[in-house]
Write a new protein. Structure first.
Length: 406
């Protein structure tokens, strides 16, 4: 196999492996692919140690590093003060919710108060300084790629990578983001569909990849999200990708440090057992559905309120961009919906002018990001435009059946 990324990155197969485990990174690189170490959880010293180990185990073959530098850095982390300062920003409502869960599931309650008072480093904190140090440590090693996990690569990363002759990759979930990333200096785009494990957007890989390939050409694109077999890899190449970038598939390998119980759960899971939830970091991330994610979606969860507010904000934003009006949820809108006369199916057919039905509307809407799962009038699953009224609460995907407004 010899695609553009094989030639550019000196690899035998256009397969990039994202993993937090150095053994996975080295194994994939040694097998002719390209391992990428996720460095977000590491201190600079620990990263130095990991990269030195990889250097000693790949015999000069290419590998990369992925650092997470969000556009908006948490202020408490920026001010310092360690774990205590970070925990002090968590609301009482959140603590009460957590304490209730520990009790409900019969898990011994940790000493939250002691943790809040502690001034320990408290694990990885994403600060500008921290991220810069990780970039410096990475570039001091013979890496073949540096990736920015969230948002546009910071100018500092691009400058330093350019000076070191290292290409920059960026993960994106929309065509707009891809365009912005390329403008900011990304040399390789990872088009990550909503099927992906970890932080992810809503647009499916099948829809996203060709859209991004067309948007950023001639910049090469790797397809990501739900890719774990040769068939899916071949499909990605057919969509125009120059290769693939996989994450979840490595979690159950021998080389991965995934706890055995989690490996078992992952292997036993079906394609219906994952959920996109904000319960881990506040941003939507795909993971196995669990009691924890169920509780987070429940009415007592502090997350439910934030998610609803965020969804309304995003709905308004999408509407502003399209010059459409979005109804605030509430009695007025519900009343209007209930008063609207319901047509019989044969009346629908008559009412729809022939020729206005466009094929493929559901495959690619005017703006992929304006489509989302929604529970419409059928009560069955369909995908609809965001502003369609939803009445029953069951997911539905329906724009392929609707005439599009011109
Ligand atoms: C457990 C887990 C953690 C992840 N953490 C990161 C991360 O820190 N940085 C990043 O760029 N991508 C991260 N990802 C996303 C992967 O880079 C990749 O895009 C994704 O896993 C591809 O979809 P797949 O899981 O269906 O293969 C993570 C994925 C998983 C499964």
């Amino acid at each position: 196999m010899n695609t553009e990324v094989c030639r550019r990155f000196g690899i035998e197969f256009p397969l990039f492996a994202f993993s937090h485990c150095r053994d996975v990174v080295a194994a994939v690189t040694n097998a002719g692919g390209f391992g990428v170490l996720g460095a977000v959880a590491y201190t600079p010293d620990r990263l130095e140690e990991e990269l030195r180990w990889i250097d000693d185990h790949v015999d000069g073959r290419p590998y990369g590093v992925d650092v997470l530098v969000p556009a908006k850095i948490d202020e408490s982390a920026e001010r310092g003060g360690g774990l205590g300062a970070m925990l002090a920003t968590v609301s009482e409502e959140h603590w009460t919710f957590l304490a209730g869960l520990f009790e409900k599931y019969d898990v011994p309650l940790p000493d939250f108060e002691k943790a809040k008072r502690a001034n320990s480093p408290g694990g990885p904190q994403v600060t500008k300084k921290g991220a810069t140090e990780l970039i410096d440590v990475s570039l001091a090693h013979p890496i073949g790629l540096i990736a920015s996990a969230l948002g546009t690569p910071p100018p500092l990363m691009v400058e330093k990578a350019r000076a070191a002759g290292v290409p920059v990759a960026a993960l994106v979930g929309t065509a707009e983001h891809a365009r912005r990333q390329v403008a900011e200096g990304a040399d390789l785009i990872v088009a990550q569909g909503g099927e992906a494990g970890g932080h992810t957007g809503e647009i499916s890989t099948m829809v996203l990849v060709p859209e991004i390939v067309d948007t950023v050409a001639p910049v090469p694109v790797l397809a990501a999200g739900g890719i774990a077999t040769g068939r899916q890899m071949a499909a990605s190449l057919a969509l125009g990708a120059s290769g693939v970038w996989c994450g979840s598939v490595w979690l159950t390998t021998e080389e991965a440090e995934t706890p055995p119980q989690v490996k078992e759960k992952l292997l036993a899971a079906t394609s219906r057992d994952t959920i996109r939830s904000r319960s881990r970091t506040g941003k939507p991330a795909r993971q196995l559905r669990s009691a924890w994610t169920d509780e987070w979606e429940g009415p007592a969860s502090p997350g439910a309120r934030h998610a609803a507010a965020d969804d309304r904000r995003r709905g308004r934003h999408a509407a502003d961009q399209q010059g459409r009006r979005v109804r605030e949820p509430g009695r007025a809108a519900a009343g209007e919906l209930l008063r609207r006369p319901v047509r019989r199916p044969d009346e629908h057919r008559q009412a729809r002018p022939p020729g206005r039905l466009r094929h493929g509307a559901g495959v690619r809407g005017r703006r992929g990001t304006a489509e989302r799962d929604h529970r419409g009038l059928t009560g069955g699953p369909s995908r609809g435009r965001r502003d369609q009224a939803s009445a029953t609460g069951a997911n539905s995907r329906c724009s392929s059946l609707r005439p599009r407004r011109m």
